[in-house]
Design a protein around this ligand. Structure first.
Ligand SMILES: Nc1ncnc2c1ncn2[C@@H]1O[C@H](COP(=O)(O)OP(=O)(O)OP(=O)(O)O)[C@@H](O)[C@H]1O
Ligand SMILES: [Mg+2]
Length: 216
């Protein structure tokens, strides 16, 4: 059965793309057909392409998937999507995301969807990340940016995901540029508050040492 994983995070810039790229590769290694998707992206090159979307497409089973299916809403300015869309007098719609996703779901076992910003970053006044994840029937993969302060951020994000009715499939500990001198202790503490398995524990600049998939 086709499944959807919504890669979200405790913040912007904490490694969602970095993790999603490697998650796609790891899922492909299990023999599945996998496609990356970045429904809403702000910050594009002169061709109107966003770097996250390009990276996700590049590692997908079909690296030539039409760009507008991978990233139906691409905005030029690298600012919150609500403002970036307004600057172009455009609006993100759930319907537009669902139509692009349907094209990807046809040919793949798993679609790995990267959210925009952190879990509670709104997409616009009408739309939240939770609305997208629910409409796609996706389970969340929570990337926790490991640094001082991560415990609070991880608890808050996990509670918000669960209270929105989205299931957390797994979480991933990814050390930030800032570093985390108590990485192992913090991982253990965060695990107390997340009712889902840890799929990977990634030290900065080390490639993922192991993936702990249960079933996907
Ligand atoms: N474990 C890691 N080791 C080395 N570099 C990393 C690691 N994780 C992330 N990075 C780097 O940190 C930066 C931010 O990561 P990334 O772009 O994946 O964040 P993001 O959460 O997807 O950000 P955005 O909210 O903009 O989508 C990137 O330059 C990425 O290459
Ligand atoms: Mg990203």
């Amino acid at each position: 059965m086709q499944s959807n994983l919504y890669v979200t995070g405790t913040d912007t810039d904490i490694g969602k793309t970095w993790v999603a790229v490697r998650l796609i590769q790891a899922l492909r290694d299990t023999g599945k057909k996998v496609q990356g998707m970045k429904p809403v992206a702000s910050g594009c090159d002169d061709n109107g392409n966003n770097d996250d979307a390009l990276q996700l497409r590049y590692v997908s089973t079909n690296a030539n998937t039409p760009y507008n299916h991978v990233n139906p809403f691409a905005f030029k300015d690298a600012i919150a999507p609500e403002y970036a869309a307004k600057n172009e007098a455009r609006e993100v719609t759930l319907d537009g995301i669902l139509r692009a996703h349907a094209e990807l779901a046809k040919d793949n076992d798993v679609v790995v969807i990267e959210g925009a910003g952190g879990w509670l970053s709104p997409i616009n006044e009408e739309l939240d990340q939770a609305d997208v994840a629910r409409a796609l029937n996706a389970e969340a993969i929570l990337v926790v940016g490991m640094r001082l302060g991560a415990i609070h951020q991880a608890r808050a994000a996990a509670q918000a995901i669960e209270s929105s009715g989205v299931q957390i499939k797994a979480w991933i500990a990814n050390e930030t540029e800032q570093g985390d001198p108590q990485f192992d202790e913090n991982v253990a503490t965060i695990q107390r508050y997340i009712n889902a398995p840890l799929w990977a524990k990634i030290h900065r600049n080390e490639d993922v040492p192991y993936w702990l998939f249960d079933q996907t």
